[in-house]
Design a protein around this ligand. Structure first.
Ligand SMILES: [Zn+2]
Length: 369
């Protein structure tokens, strides 16, 4: 029975219903009674440490955090518990507290794990995640850098930059982020916005050029989306709302958009962004040429059609019925998480659904559903 239970609990169980689908008889007994029995077994039997840890994880997965925490303390109260298992128990207890929202207690538990075994990577990983949840971004960045996750370290340095109101400090964090991870899309975005706000036109062009050469190609659209969204547009695909807000600071030189076109002539998504930029900054002919060329080579690129209709077929906007349909099409989400399929029109660097990092991509195929 123990072996079977051990196998069962070592599986990752995420929903209570799965308990009832096991290939041994559990549905006939009250779940509450069974778990209470198991806690008693765990208390008495010295060979059940692994089972106790798995049981706690099961409770946590089910949201029964009180029981999960109780199991950890029962385990930690055992005399002569090997150091390795003590560490694991403290670590899991910290995760339980973190999930319960008791961040101070979670910190204490992780610190106890460090006292037992030193700063192991698995403990550091939990402490990094906890620091981020606590909005202690600098500490989170520090942990992630030590763990050799430079893109995450850069992300949290930029979060620190966004929290400070003193320009010299903001600049320091941005510089630090780019030192840690020179390809960071968040850091380049923050940097270009920083100089844009200060109306330093030459610097903006220079940063734009460097950013296009440093950020991985599949994430450049995120840099452009972030910058355009900040600098001049709200929603250039909308047929009824206010489409474009002129930038209030200075005219962005169109060289910036030529730069996109020259660096990535084959990238449909980036060419669309270039066409939008040209249009906003009054090089309408160039914009129309680009978008026409783009649609000739990729007739299924939805947002390019919308952009074309919105800006180059304005007489269509007089037909309310058509506008109704176009508005609905324009509401289709353009971004998707490549890990879990979460869709949105908002830029994200950390998937709000599955927590994957930098998994955002621009949807090119829409018709498949
Ligand atoms: Zn996701």
């Amino acid at each position: 029975m123990f072996k079977k239970l051990q196998n069962f609990f070592s599986e990752k169980v995420s929903t209570p219903s799965k308990l009832l689908q096991g290939d041994f008889l559990i549905a006939d007994k009250d779940l509450h009674t069974i778990t209470e029995d198991l806690i008693e077994v765990v208390k008495k039997d010295p060979d059940t440490v692994e089972l106790a840890l798995a049981l706690g994880n099961l409770f946590r997965a089910q949201g029964d955090l009180e029981r999960a925490i109780r199991v950890r303390y029962t385990l930690l109260a055992r005399p002569n518990l090997p150091k390795k298992l003590q560490t694991r128990a403290w670590l899991e207890l910290g995760k339980d507290f973190q999930k319960s929202g008791f961040f101070d207690r979670a910190t204490d538990a992780f610190e106890n794990a460090v006292k037992v075994s030193g700063m192991l990577p698995e403990i550091m990983l939990e402490m990094a995640s906890l620091s981020a949840k606590n909005k202690d971004y600098e500490n989170a960045a520090n942990f992630y850098e030590k763990l050799n996750f430079p893109s995450l370290a850069a992300h949290y340095l930029i979060r620190s930059a966004q929290l400070v109101a003193i320009p010299s400090k903001t600049e320091k964090y941005i510089k630090q982020a780019l030192n840690v991870y020179p390809n960071s899309v968040e850091a380049w975005l923050e940097k270009v916005i920083f100089y844009f706000e200060q109306k330093k036109e030459k610097k903006v062009i220079e940063i734009f050029d460097k950013a296009l050469k440093s950020i991985p190609e599949h994430l450049i659209f995120a840099f452009l989306e972030g910058f355009y969204g900040y600098a001049f547009y709200r929603d250039c695909y909308s047929f009824t709302g206010e489409a474009v807000v002129e930038n209030p600071f200075f005219q962005i030189p169109v060289e910036i958009f030529s730069c996109i076109q020259e660096n990535y002539p084959e990238n449909d998504v980036l060419i669309l962004y270039a066409a939008i930029g040209f249009h906003v900054f009054k090089d309408v002919e160039k914009s129309e040429n680009l978008i026409t060329e783009l649609l000739n080579r990729n007739e299924h690129f939805f947002p390019a059609h919308l952009f074309f209709l919105r800006f180059f077929q304005k007489d269509l906007l007089e037909n309310n019925h058509l506008v109704y349909f176009l508005e609905n099409v324009a509401a289709i989400y353009r971004f998707e998480c490549s890990q879990c399929g979460f869709k949105t029109n908002r830029l994200f660097f950390h998937c709000p659904c599955c927590s994957a990092w930098h998994s955002i991509h621009y949807r090119v195929e829409y018709l498949s559903g």
